[in-house]
Design a binder for this molecule. Structure first.
Ligand code: 1HE
Length: 266
């Protein structure tokens, strides 16, 4: 079985601290972290290993001032790809992003600057998105004479709805700030998106891993099912998760009144 130590990374870096919090950094700032084929291969490798490496949460962040400029347009231009070549490029993107979304390990994206095109497809595969004042979202595919190929028709449409996604693609409309939060492009708007992402990762990492596995895979799977099948799958997952040994002590603490209660924000 491959381990984190076996990973051979050029355009990304991955570190894991003693608490099992991984930091995955897109590390091609001179190209605004544009996703070339090699970076996508690295993401596939990383998310093939992470779920079996004891990682409890991942903070996905970027070097430089922009999160991700999407598809490497220069590589795409230089390679002069045939339809079947680009279809396989897209299948690799889907493999990487599906491994992220369905892998069972919480991924928290710390956003800044441009989160555009394929960069938004990447961000929308994370489980939580944190934006700062510099963050802006767009789908410039129409302007470039392209179409989304990394799952935006599923994940971005899911976040903002079909009509808004079509508008973004047709007109290049940019969303940022509170408006982006209101639409669901990110769940948090803060001064320091990285600091907040680590805070959220630590909170998530304190849950039992099996609970997080269900939260970060079952919900996505269930969205793909009929209502009837989703309800059945939910019962099966809850049967396993809600009787796990790791929940016994937490339930006991609630019963003996030593566990924290759920209170409104101050
Ligand atoms: C790139 C890319 C890229 C920058 N591919 N090289 N995505 C887009 O349409 C967004 C394209 N990029 C931009 O609009 C801007 O570059 C940014 C807003 C992200 C940043 O602007 P800025 O002024 O900070 O940087 P820059 O001067 O435009 O670019 C700096 C360098 O990064 C430059 O390279 P250099 O060698 O000339 O220094 C740029 O060429 C390079 N660079 N973005 C390649 N995207 C699976 S289908 C998905 C379809 C899509 O993602 S379509 C959306 C593509």
């Amino acid at each position: 079985m491959r381990s984190l130590d076996d990973l051979d990374l050029t355009f990304t870096t991955l570190t894991v601290d003693d608490d099992g919090i991984a930091t995955l950094t897109l590390n091609r700032p001179e190209k605004r972290n544009a996703l070339n084929a090699a970076t996508v291969d690295e993401l596939i490798d990383i998310f093939s290993v992470v779920p079996r490496a004891g990682v409890r949460a991942v903070v996905l962040k970027a070097a430089g001032t922009h999160f991700c400029a999407g598809l490497d347009l220069v590589e795409h231009h230089t390679e002069d790809r045939r339809p079947e070549d680009f279809m396989h490029v897209c299948l690799r993107w889907h493999e990487a992003f599906n491994k992220m979304e369905y892998g069972g390990v919480p991924v928290i994206a710390a956003l800044k600057g441009a989160v555009v095109g394929g960069g938004l497809e990447l961000a929308s595969s994370a489980h939580i998105r944190v934006a700062d004042a510099s963050t802006y979202f767009a789908l410039p595919e129409g302007q470039r004479g392209l179409f989304t190929g990394g799952g935006a028709t599923i994940r971005v449409a899911d976040l903002v709805g079909k009509a808004r996604m079509i508008d973004m693609m047709l007109t290049g409309r940019v969303y940022q700030g509170e408006e982006a939060i209101r639409l669901g492009l990110a769940q948090y708007l803060v001064e320091d998106s990285e600091a907040k992402a680590y805070e959220l990762a630590r909170a998530a990492a304190s849950n039992p891993p099996l609970s997080n596995f269900a939260i970060c895979s079952a919900i996505s799977h269930m969205q793909n099912m009929s209502g009837l099948d989703a309800a059945y799958a939910e019962a099966v997952v809850a049967g396993i998760v809600n009787t796990q040994p790791a929940s016994r002590g937490r339930l006991a603490a609630f019963a003996d009144k030593s566990a924290a209660r759920v209170r409104p924000n101050e």
